[in-house]
Design a binder for this molecule. Sequence first.
Ligand SMILES: [Zn+2]
Length: 224
Amino acid sequence: MHALLAASLALTSLPASATQAAAVDCARVKCLALTFDDGPGKDTPALLKALSKAKAKATFFLVGKRVEERPEVARQIVARGHAIGNHTYSHASLPAHSDNEILDELKVTQDVIEEVTGRRPTMFRPPYGQTDERVLGLAGQTELAQILWTGTTLDWSLRDTKKIKAAVLKSAKRDGVILMHDVVPQTVRVMPEILKELKKRGYHLVTVPTLLRGKGPTPGESYF
Ligand SMILES: [Zn+2]
């Protein structure tokens, strides 16, 4: 009986103490990764406030030239504990370009992000989701993993808070990755409501690396 009691105490008390120091363990709890592409934009600071208020972490795939325009916002994203990734310098559709052009799009963005935030991304997301084996190989050479998604909201086309909220909630699932855009004002505006509902449904909102649970991101690999 004492042994059983000790075992049950260990089961209930160990995870709680372990997760306080480390990140959320998505093997144990229901996780979801919210991702925001194309920023930083003018509404990104409002989004950061909403995320902080909800104690939610997210992943931002940054466009190099927009980081140059809003370096302070890029720094804020990192300072608040969110993950960042490379979304090319000019939001180019990569498969249409030569090897050297693709490497330029990725490397210049790596340099800009590192210079501004002090962090060199380990993840990239191809603009428009357009990619192929050649792009993935070149990303590997740039020490980047490719991160796609499990659910897209088409927020850039919906431009309606109610429809965006419904699309996010419909595509939310355990260990899912939701694609949104922090440059769509309606997405930012409705985010407090979305966060509230997702938390009500038991989701822990985490970064992509936390979702990968140490099994990545590995350069040259594609995820989701
Ligand atoms: Zn994009």
